[in-house]
Write a protein that binds this ligand. Structure first.
Ligand code: XLS
Ligand code: NI
Ligand code: NI
Length: 439
C-alpha cells in the first residue's frame, strides 16, 4: 500500500456534535438499522476515474491537480503508484468498494495486445492490494468513449472495425472484472447516440447495440461471470441524444430486444436531472419495474445543463433516494458509488477526504430518516389510504379485470356525483421536513 496520505489517519465516526472535518457525523458503519448495519445498507464505493485518475482539466483549462504519484513518469509505474495510493485512500476512508473503467487503472499501449498486457500487470497488483485490505470491486466497465477511435460511437459506430474493437475491449474488461471478483458489470454508452440524423442509420445502430449486449451476456455465460449486468442511463452529453436516455427508455429498449432478463439499472442522480427527472423518480420507476440495481451517487447543479458530477451533499435528495432503496429491499449486489469529482479548485489531497465524507454523511443521514419513515409508515399509510377505492366495489372489479367500458358506463350513470379528497402535498412535505430535522 502507499504512504501518500501521511497527514490523515483512519476516518472515525465522532457523531453529530463533532467539529472535526475529518470525521463522520452520521456514518457509523457498525450502527444497526433494522437487520443490517449502516455499512451493509450503504455499500459505499469510490469511482477510480474521478478520484484517482482525474486531474481537474476542463474544456477551458489544464489540470489543476498534481498528486504525489504523478512524479512517476513511466506510464505503467505511474499506474501502479496511483493504485497503491488508491488503496491507502480507500482504507483510510473506510469504504469497502471501488469501481473502475479499464483505462482508468492501466495506460493504453501502442497496440491492443500491449494494452491488455499492461492491464494484466495492474490487475495482478489490484488483486494483491484487495487481498491485503479486504476492499472489493463493486463493478468494472470499459471506457469506450475517450479514445478518438470512438468518434462515431463504439457498438453503435458506423465503422464495423470499431464495433469489433469495442467487443474485444469488453471481452477483456469482463475477464478482469471476473478475476477481481467484481459483483456487477456496467455499460454506460458514452458515445452510443447521435449528433445528427442526417448521417445516422438509427435502426442499424440500435440493433447493433442490442447485438453487442447479447454478445456480452453470452460471453459472461462462457466464462462463468455471474455478476449483475447494469446499464447506466443518461440523456445527453457527450452525444446530443444518447440511446440510453433514461430508465424508461432503456427498459423499453431491453424488452424490445428480449434482453430485459439480463440487465438492471445503475442510476446516476445527475443523469436523472439531465433527463428532466428527479433522482427519486428514476429510482422509483426502476424499483417498481424490478430493475433497480445500483446507484452512482452524485448531484448536478440545477442551473447548469451538463453532468457536473458533484459530491452528493443534498440531504433532501439523499433521503428520498434512500427511501426508494430501502423500499427495494436494498441494493443487493449494487452499491452507492460516488461517481463524483471535486471542483477544479479543490485540488489539495485533503479535499479527497472532505468530499467523500460529505457524501457519506449525507446518505447516512438519509438512510436514518428513510428508515424511520418506513418504521412509522406515515407516508406509506397515506398512499395506501389514498388508493383505498381500489380495494372494494368497482375499484376492486377494475383491478380484477372483471369489467369493461359497458360495466363502467353502467356504474358511472348511477354514481355521477363524484367526491374527491385532498392530495395533501404540503402537509406531507412538512412531515418529511420534520423527520429530516429531527434525525
Ligand atoms: C458518465 C458516467 C460514467 C459511468 C461509467 O457520465 O457517469 O462515469 O458511470 O462509465
Ligand atoms: Ni456514472
Ligand atoms: Ni455521469
Amino acid at each position: 500500500m502507499g504512504d501518500v496520505f501521511k497527514n490523515v489517519s483512519k476516518i472515525q465516526f465522532e457523531g453529530k456534535g463533532s467539529q472535526n472535518p475529518l470525521a463522520f457525523k452520521y456514518y457509523n458503519p457498525t450502527e444497526q438499522l433494522g437487520h443490517m448495519t449502516m455499512a451493509e445498507h450503504l455499500r459505499y464505493s469510490v469511482a477510480y476515474w474521478h478520484t484517482f485518475t482525474g486531474a481537474g482539466a476542463d474544456p477551458f483549462g489544464a489540470p489543476t491537480v498534481f498528486r504525489p504519484w504523478d512524479v512517476v513518469s513511466n506510464p505503467l509505474e505511474h499506474a501502479k503508484a496511483r493504485m497503491r495510493a488508491a488503496f491507502e485512500f480507500l482504507s483510510k476512508l473506510g469504504v469497502e468498494y471501488y469501481c473502475f473503467h479499464d483505462r482508468d487503472i492501466a495506460p493504453e499501449g501502442d497496440s491492443l495486445r500491449q494494452t491488455n498486457k499492461y492491464l494484466d500487470e495492474i490487475v495482478t497488483l489490484a488483486k494483491d492490494l484487495m487481498a491485503e485490505t479486504g476492499i472489493k470491486l463493486l463493478w468494472g466497465t470499459a471506457n469506450l468513449f475517450s479514445h478518438p477511435r470512438f468518434m462515431h460511437g463504439a457498438s453503435t459506430s458506423s465503422n464495423a472495425d470499431v464495433l469489433a474493437y469495442a467487443g474485444a475491449q469488453v471481452k477483456k474488461a469482463l475477464e478482469i472484472t471476473k478475476e477481481l471478483g467484481g459483483e456487477n458489470y456496467v455499460f454506460w454508452g458514452g458515445r452510443e447516440g447521435y449528433e445528427t440524423l442526417l448521417n445516422t442509420d438509427m435502426s442499424l445502430e440500435t440493433d447493433n447495440l442490442a447485438r453487442f449486449l447479447r454478445m456480452a451476456v453470452d460471453y459472461a455465460k462462457d466464462i462463468g461471470f455471474t455478476g449483475q449486468f447494469l446499464i447506466e442511463p443518461k440523456p445527453k452529453e457527450p452525444t446530443k441524444h444518447q440511446y440510453d436516455f433514461d430508465v424508461a427508455t432503456v427498459l423499453g429498449f431491453l424488452k424490445n430486444y428480449g434482453l430485459d432478463p439480463y440487465f438492471k439499472m445503475n442510476i446516476e442522480a445527475n443523469h436523472a436531472t439531465l433527463a428532466g427527472h428527479t433522482f427519486q423518480h428514476e429510482l422509483h420507476f426502476a424499483r417498481v419495474n424490478g430493475v433497480l440495481g445500483s446507484v452512482d451517487a452524485n448531484q448536478g447543479d440545477m442551473l447548469l445543463g451538463w453532468d457536473t458530477d458533484q459530491m452528493p451533499t443534498d440531504i433532501y435528495s439523499a433521503t428520498l433516494g434512500m427511501y426508494e432503496i430501502l423500499k427495494n429491499g436494498g441494493l443487493h449486489s449494487g452499491g452507492l458509488n460516488f461517481d463524483a469529482k471535486l471542483r477544479r479548485g479543490s485540488f489539495e489531497l485533503e479535499d479527497m477526504f472532505y468530499g467523500h465524507i460529505a457524501g457519506m454523511d449525507a446518505f447516512a443521514h438519509g438512510l436514518k430518516v428513510a428508515h424511520k419513515l418506513l418504521e412509522t409508515r406515515e407516508l406509506e399509510d397515506f398512499v395506501s389510504k389514498r388508493y383505498a377505492s381500489y380495494q372494494s366495489g368497482i375499484g376492486q372489479q377494475i383491478i380484477q379485470g372483471k369489467v369493461g367500458f359497458k360495466e363502467l358506463e353502467q356504474y358511472a350513470l348511477e354514481h355521477d356525483q363524484i367526491v374527491n379528497v385532498s392530495g395533501r402535498q404540503e402537509m406531507l412535505e412538512a412531515i418529511l421536513n420534520q423527520y429530516i430535522l429531527t434525525v
